[in-house]
Design a protein around this ligand. Sequence first.
Ligand code: ATP
Length: 347
Amino acid sequence: MAEIQIKNVAKKFGAYQALSDINLTIHDQEFMVLLGASGCGKTTLLRIIAGLETATTGEVWIGGKRVDHLAPKDRGIAMVFQNYAVFPHLTVFENIGFGLRMQKLPNDVVKERVERTATLMHIEQLLKRYSGELSGGQRQRVAVARALAMEPDVILMDEPLSNLDALLRLEMRAELKGVLAESKTTAIYVTHDQVEAMSLADRISVMHQGKIIQAASPIEVYRNPAAEFVAGFIGNPPMNFLTATPAGDGKWTVAGQVIDGPRLGASQLQFAIRPEDLGPAETGLPATAKVVEPLGAHLLVTCEVDGHSFRAVLDSDLTVKPGDRLTLAPQADRIRWFDPETTLAVA
Ligand code: ATP
């Protein structure tokens, strides 16, 4: 069992609070992605789990054992970091086999594991090359292969695909997901790329300003964002927001239209809807098209609704021109409501 528990972890760099109130359990064999914008604390949290950084307060447990006082090598984890420490003077084979040799495994086991992981990462043709001669993307794949070759219970990865071109990244992403599922490894993966996060994760922890705002499955963070930040961060284009005022009896006025909403006594709420959950209809939100972008599969229309910029992803067969007046009906079961004071979801 390689469950990871992070209990009340906080980290200060001098006066700067890089992490606060981090409580998170990563289940055995789970693929957890830490997602957030640059500087939100993802790498710091990963480094604390790895033992490369010490938390100011809090505890880290792996497999039922408290590990925050142990050296990185004694935590039973393999790591792949942004600055993948691949030894330039060793061949790719020697690099991938490095940890296995340290464990004094027999030559045939080393050879088999090196060749297998190299094939998985599509670098089997590079085994004899010196790592110093490789491109950034190739070195990054060597670093991933070296970690996988250790067959660890836990693997920690910090943007391990960031140096690959878009196509290779897509391919490696699928490979990595398959390999880790098959090897029953518990994985924590840091990225700022939400598509990567959605495609890889069993659960995503969305981080913002040193806190975990929501930890849930990809579809849950997408459909039921727990806070306005998550709603605006996940999804491209992001969710639309409009101010709603009470119209009595669980109804709310949004852009002059009365819509069913939560039965709350608030004086104001934020109405939120995803661009793809809108469609032209007889009644709905009055919109004026400003920019029309034909994206092939869809038509992305940036409009103005109630003085706010508002996006709709519409059927590509529709003909819409800038200046056109549209009536956009939100799909009722996809509307979300947020408290403007706490910014948390209320329905
Ligand atoms: P990125 O995606 O850019 O790597 P991140 O979310 O991983 O960002 P961290 O690297 O964890 O962010 O950094 C979180 C915050 O802590 C940043 O504001 C950073 O400047 C600060 N920080 C990180 N390491 C140190 C350090 N050793 N000393 C001082 N401040 C630090």
